[in-house]
Design a protein around this ligand. Structure first.
Ligand SMILES: Nc1ncnc2c1ncn2[C@@H]1O[C@H](COP(=O)(O)OP(=O)(O)OP(=O)(O)O)[C@@H](O)[C@H]1O
Ligand SMILES: [Mg+2]
Length: 382
């Protein structure tokens, strides 16, 4: 007998095979990659920025495009940054034509600090180490030269290279002067397409939208939002169908009423609902309620930590916004929810936005972004 199907929903890491919608956004990112148009993507946490760009990158790679991906979150210091950058350039861009270790060495031997190159015995991937105790200036020069490599490769191959920098805001923590350095190198690279993503939205906004910042107006800006429920519903129900379970349309609608098509939250709740639903059965409202309860239980520790870290005024405002998204600075809203005066509400609001708990909508109203936080707060106060 064949093994029973596995849970088809995924959450946590980026996904590229399991994709709901984002057709227009995907086409746009792919076109920008082809055209060499620099791009920065803004979105609240866990909305699918990395997934979107990595899916476009996979399409480019299938067409033999040269794409390097570096997550700056994984590079806590300059030496690591240099090592991971070298590895990304080698694995994704240089490797297709320079598979041998000595070819890679030749490419990296002109650097100020010549890396030690190791071969992973399991998958054969090359690792780069710049050692410890290097002078800061040498390390910086090495990074500069590494950042110039994609352009050299593009010129040699007469082919566009795409460099994706994920969690780009972390660059500031590496060195406050890095934005300036990177910008000055990148602007001389017409054949390299730079794509920037980041999860700390206000930091990213400051980097790209503040005219005193080096990256001001240096890239096309793109926003991504929630996935439209109708598209998400098709994706979800098809997954239940193809794994010998079913989900009634009305129950699916109610699930999406809870998550509003938030990609991560939707996949998390679907994962739980799928687990609760026996094979050859239809998921109903009772199972949905149980699935939600389990998700809230598993998020409890995380939300409690968030809650503990908030000042009293922030808690009151968060609770109000969970009950009613809107304009908390207006007198009517503050009266309705018995909030304090405009200036302390403003201070609390700013803090909640900076912590990415609350989002400003294009129409100027505010709401709690994470669907399960809304549910959790609801249970907390009732
Ligand atoms: N197009 C999609 N279809 C279905 N699910 C998606 C889609 N995009 C993202 N997801 C879900 O959202 C989760 C988070 O996606 P991803 O890590 O790409 O978001 P992100 O915006 O980069 O998050 P972070 O802000 O944490 O970096 C994925 O694990 C997946 O469950
Ligand atoms: Mg991401």
């Amino acid at each position: 007998m064949p093994d029973p199907p596995l849970n088809p929903f995924r959450f946590g890491n980026f996904v590229i095979d399991e994709f709901a919608d984002r057709t227009a956004e995907l086409a746009e990112v792919e076109a920008d990659m082809r055209n060499g148009q620099d791009l920065v993507i803004f979105a609240p946490r866990r909305l699918g920025k990395s997934s979107l760009v990595l899916k476009a990158a996979a399409v480019m790679r299938r067409k033999k495009g040269l794409v390097a991906y570096l997550n700056v979150m994984t590079t806590p210091n300059k030496a690591r940054f240099a090592e991971r950058l070298a590895a990304a350039i080698y694995a994704d861009v240089a490797a297709p034509k320079a598979k041998l270790k000595d070819k890679a060495l030749a490419m990296f031997q002109g650097l100020r600090i010549v890396p030690t190159i190791t071969v992973d015995p399991v998958d054969g991937r090359l690792g780069f180490s710049f050692g410890v105790g290097n002078a800061e200036a040498d390390l910086e020069k090495t990074i500069e030269m590494l950042l110039e490599l994609p352009a050299k490769i593009a010129e040699e191959r007469e082919q566009r290279v795409v460099l994706i920098l994920d969690e780009f805001q972390e660059i500031i923590d590496l060195d406050p002067n890095f934005p300036k350095l990177l910008r000055s190198i990148f602007q001389a690279q017409p054949d390299v397409c730079h794509i920037y993503l980041g999860s700390r939205r206000h930091v990213m906004r400051d980097l790209f939208s503040d005219m005193n910042e080096p990256f001001w107006r240096s890239a096309k800006q793109m926003e991504i939002g929630l996935i439209p429920p109708a598209q998400f519903a098709r994706f979800i129900r098809r997954r239940f169908d193809t794994t010998n379970k079913a989900l009634r349309a009305e129950v699916c609608d109610r699930l999406l009423d809870i998550t509003h098509g938030h990609p991560y939250a939707t996949q998390e709740l679907c994962y739980s609902l799928w687990e609760q639903t026996p094979f050859d059965r239809e998921a109903d409202d009772d199972l949905l309620a149980r699935a939600l309860e389990l998700v809230l239980q598993s998020e409890h520790a995380h939300f409690s930590l968030v809650w503990d870290g908030l000042a009293a005024g922030q808690r009151v405002l968060l609770e109000a916004l969970a009950r009613e998204p809107g304009r908390p600075l207006s007198g009517a809203y503050r009266n309705r929810h018995r909030l304090s005066g405009p200036s302390s509400t403003q201070t609390a609001l700013k803090a909640l936005v900076e912590r990415e708990l609350v989002e400003r909508e294009p129409d100027g109203s505010y709401r709690v972004m994470e669907p399960f936080l809304v549910e959790w707060l609801d249970e907390l106060v009732t």
